[in-house]
Write a protein that binds this ligand. Sequence first.
Ligand code: HEM
Length: 454
Amino acid sequence: MKLPDGPRTPSLLQTIHLIAQPTGFLETCAQRYGDPFTVRVLGLNSPPVVFFSNPQAIQELFTVPSKQFDFSKATHVFQPLMGKQSVILQEGRSHQRQRQMLMPPFHGDRMRAYGQEICDITEQVITQWTPGSTLSTHHYMPEITLQIILRVVFGLDPGPRFQQLKQLLSSLLEDVTTPLYSSLFFFPPLQQDLGAWSPWGHFLRRRQHIDDLIYAEISQRRLQLDSSRTDILTLLMSAHDDNGQQLTDIELRDQLVSLLLLGYETTAAALAWAFYLIHSSPEVLQKLRAELDTLPCAPEPEVITQLPYLTAVCQETLRIYPIGLICVPRMVKEPMQVGGYEFDIGTILVPCIYLAHRRPEVYAEPELFKPERFVEQKFSAYEFLPFGGGSRGCIGTAFSMYEMKLILATVLSHFQLALADRRPAQPVRRGITIVPSSGGVQMVITGEHKRKQG
Ligand code: HEM
């Protein structure tokens, strides 16, 4: 069976290129080989990996019954971090069951109950800012989004457990994005506990410390179950599946850690891009400011999140720099046809978000940051897919869009900012996300906005 064309260089070189310059590698392959293209990235004798960006093929991939794919080929690397019961490691019925229980708190009225808290946390963090100073969005955005996750997902109130978890989780994530640590996850033979000073030993001890804090919180909540609470842990503790079963403590722990690790760096990175892109385009900044100026004093979160230009700015940010470049890779379990090609068992198929968002026939001048395109036109779920789609689509889609809008609006309603460095930021890999290179994230506070009187 003939596979789509692709680079012929040794798989090791392709792997290095993809890791070191992911966006450049994808663009080069798309220019040279078109869509779809095949790469070899997982080592010798590895299966072919086929990337798709055509909306028609992406639709096919999102609608194939999930039992025809094995998703664990790519997700198993997360097991030591997130645990065996994590939603991202489940397949089939178990995956469906967990999604069914995890989705409701991230939608509708339940999600909207967190709006004011998101604005309050943002205000609290930015009260430290003073005009004339320089700040790094790499520092402040994760600070805000991690606090939000700990408060709304865990329902943790500020205190020693909150502080300890915040510190441990952010240093864990800091570590796992370094090349040394991340290679441990990809090469299980390196996972040797040689004491607290060895990399794996250090990881295991830190994970144990995090788990102790999480299990302590779960058991305290079980003892004093307060069903009036609206945090996601409380909702998950009282949720039942179709058979009336509740989540076990291990399942709860694994879901909480997964939501934390997937939920805060991603939104923080999207916000870093949003600040960079907005302040790189005076016209966009001016339009956004004009829209924010129409807000009443102390607006309801709902009023903010319905602003059309603010929404378009967030969508266009995620179009131009989707934080995840690809959806979860899918290994074919039974021969199938996608995009007019036949694929054998074992082939890995990848919907490529980054390339789908840069197709000139869908997005005119795709390299330009033009939020207006989202005001003027609606794009299908196979053309605009920053949160992936199909059976594995992101659980935090609505929540993170909601969060992004509230944080952006809160910051921009208080301060005038400018980029500290005029050089264009480049997308660089940080773990599984794509973030702006360091020059793009330093902002200067050039002024403060007068609060409207009520
Ligand atoms: C801007 C922010 C975010 C982006 C760009 C993003 C993107 C993604 C993408 C691309 C996927 C893979 C989807 C696929 O393969 O089709 C994913 C999966 C997932 N995301 Fe997000 N995400 C974000 C925020 C969040 C938040 C806030 C949470 C929860 C607190 C979250 C939880 C998850 C979970 C649990 C999955 C796995 C779903 C499954 O395997 O069934 N994400 N996300």
